[in-house]
Design a protein around this ligand. Sequence first.
Ligand code: GTP
Length: 312
Amino acid sequence: MKEKNQLARQYRILLVEDEPTNIQMIAGYLSSDYILTIAKTRKKALELLASSPFDLMLLDIQLPDGNGFEICQHVVANREKYGNISIIFMTSLNSPNDEARGLSLGGNDYIHKPVNEVVLRARVKLQIQLIRKNELLEHFTCFDGLTEIPNRRAFDEQLKKEWHRARREHKLLSLAILDIDYFKQYNDLYGHPAGDQCLRIMAANLTSSFVRNSDFIARYGGEEFAVLLYGTDLETSIQLMEKSLAAFIEKNIEHQGSSIRSCVTFSAGICTANPKADSSSNFLNTADKELYLAKDLGRAQICGKRLAPLPK
Ligand SMILES: Nc1nc2c(ncn2[C@@H]2O[C@H](COP(=O)(O)OP(=O)(O)OP(=O)(O)O)[C@@H](O)[C@H]2O)c(=O)[nH]1
């Protein structure tokens, strides 16, 4: 899933070409618009592809140590290693059969040499536009439009991923489910736009409270949020959430409809599990139950429960 600030980014092209004059010419056509990296051999191309992310590969077919068709086939068969890179063949093998072969192996396009600047720029631009549209689509399906944090769908995916990762790596996983207190009254009293603004502040507060790369914050439902904390025990999770609640209360968002304070607060339920010894549905249900307990105990507080511990 892409972060918001990755939506406006520079695109990276790997040029696989051994002929110096072609390299110079193509670099002249493309390097002002894209980040261009050059590989003169099959070996170098595969090394670069495995070690850094590229969006597009411009692939010559006749290379000193290999063949572009075979590189394309290998990359397409090993997407988990090489990523979802687009491939444009760029070759002097100009027969329809060669072109058909390149496209049927998974190439996205096929450009004939000698390369024409206008044709090359247009074909590259088309592939990059497709990549960009896919990124935007992914962004809009995974991010909540109001708060600009990941949505429920993204959370479900992340939970699945982190649950399996924690099983593999023998780590704890903590989940907090949060709910704004008396939010119906807040909407009724201050209006829906003010309610929306309150949700945005809540999301921003969580984003500044949980700053580790592995921390994952999502809008879980209407006025509910979820935080996944990888490799974090219950005590630490509760401490972090208490700090986050204190920071939120400090924002002092007036709430005359709250029976417990004159500002907006939230309640949270936390569950910590050892995914090797538990089920993710029990994990979710327990966090939910803890949230209801926090509500029952008076709101503006955090309750938590540990499921199976890590083995000693
Ligand atoms: N402004 C706004 N309100 C929302 C949104 N999504 C859900 N809500 C409101 O959130 C409120 C949730 O109300 P309840 O589930 O009764 O919970 P509550 O009033 O917070 O009560 P407690 O959780 O028991 O403290 C409802 O009034 C929903 O309309 C949203 O996107 N924007």
